[in-house]
Write a new protein. Structure first.
Lengths: 224, 224
């Protein structure tokens, strides 16, 4: 029973890690499609989101089977419940990469971004990819200290996002309202992607330690 | 055992319904604070989000206790697992109302919205309140047909949101980039609020019928 639980739980953790990895690489390609107005890449991200959605369903089914067949208790039960919650976060990370790719596709052959903000998105993309890889690592290793560092990585994203808003709000913004609307939504998508990665870290900390990191500085509360 | 399960599951469903109701009334007041530049109302929504966050934690703990003590199987297990997933959706609905209130507070004593789009937000607010009430009803009654109607209510939100974007993108938009950025984010918050209500409906359909409504028209895929 115990061996079966361990094996199935390891499989579930791997699957969640794989999903986080896929979300990170989707965001990498979505960012390139955005920066280079590359329609093929954008289409690829859009098509491949189906794979993430499939894996979400598979992960939910596996977690359900684990509960039904192994009836885990205490820490084991906490791991499975956290797994169910984490599915929603990594699925959403994939969906946010999809949203970025859809904007790139909608504006093609034009570039979505005014040149002035390319650097921000290149950097936000880099951090998002790193957060996807970190989330994958944290899901596979369950290292709570590594999980806590996700929050630090997210701070760099928040800083960039705040700066981006000052650029947008500046009277010197010369690119019109339509570009500002796209930049606003895109900035939000990257920031939410990072928030979900942090949330994965918080869930892993909870499943290992039994304590949820305090909510005071949780990404839930960030408004823009 | 069975009686205990039923009682605890009813309690959990009531709690989730209460959260959806609170999220709806938070969005109602957030919308008023936005339309009337009412700081007191905005502050109230911001403070009262703590209550929703508390109830989220309580609901997660109760669902966990149900799994640990009752070890439910089959349909009962599905109900509890769906409950855990629904917590995240209703919590997020509350957080989105909070975001709206924060924007109203940030711009106070100014109005956030150009008069031209007030009507859109009054109507999106009305639909959001209705969606909160519908989600509450669906959680309490578990009526799958009622749950399916959440999607229709959401269509009205999507239509408004699309129209709002055409207003923003119009060359006649005279209110500058800063107002456009706020309107973009706010529109997104209302739309996401509605998406989460629809997701609650899908989860209830799943827990009653054992089948998830097809993902093809799921709100997950909406990009802006």
């Amino acid at each position: 029973m115990r061996a079966a639980y361990n094996e199935q739980m390891t499989d579930l953790a791997k699957l969640l890690g794989e999903m986080a990895g896929l979300a990170g690489s989707a965001m990498e390609r979505a960012t390139q499609s955005l920066l280079q107005a590359d329609l093929t890449l954008a289409e690829q991200v859009i098509t491949e989101y189906d794979r993430i959605a499939e894996l979400s369903q598979l992960a939910e089914e596996r977690a359900f089977a684990l509960l039904a067949l192994q009836a885990p208790v205490a820490g084991d039960l906490r791991s499975v419940v956290s797994g169910i919650q984490i599915v929603a976060d990594v699925d959403r990370m994939g969906a946010l990469a999809l949203h970025v790719a859809k904007i790139a596709r909608r504006r093609h052959p034009n570039h979505v971004l005014p040149e002035e903000v390319n650097g921000y998105f290149a950097e936000m993309g880099r951090i998002a990819v790193q957060l996807g890889a970190s989330a994958k690592e944290v899901l596979e290793t369950r290292d709570p200290e590594r999980a806590a560092r996700l929050r630090e990585e997210d701070e760099a994203m928040d800083d960039l996002h705040r700066h981006l808003f000052t650029v947008l709000m500046d009277r010197d913004w010369k690119h019109g309202v339509a570009a500002a609307v796209d930049v606003t939504l895109l900035g939000r998508f990257y920031e939410r992607f990072a928030d979900h990665a942090v949330e994965v870290g918080r869930r892993v900390i909870f499943l290992v330690t039994g304590k949820m990191p305090t909510d005071a500085d949780a990404p839930l509360h960030s408004a823009q």
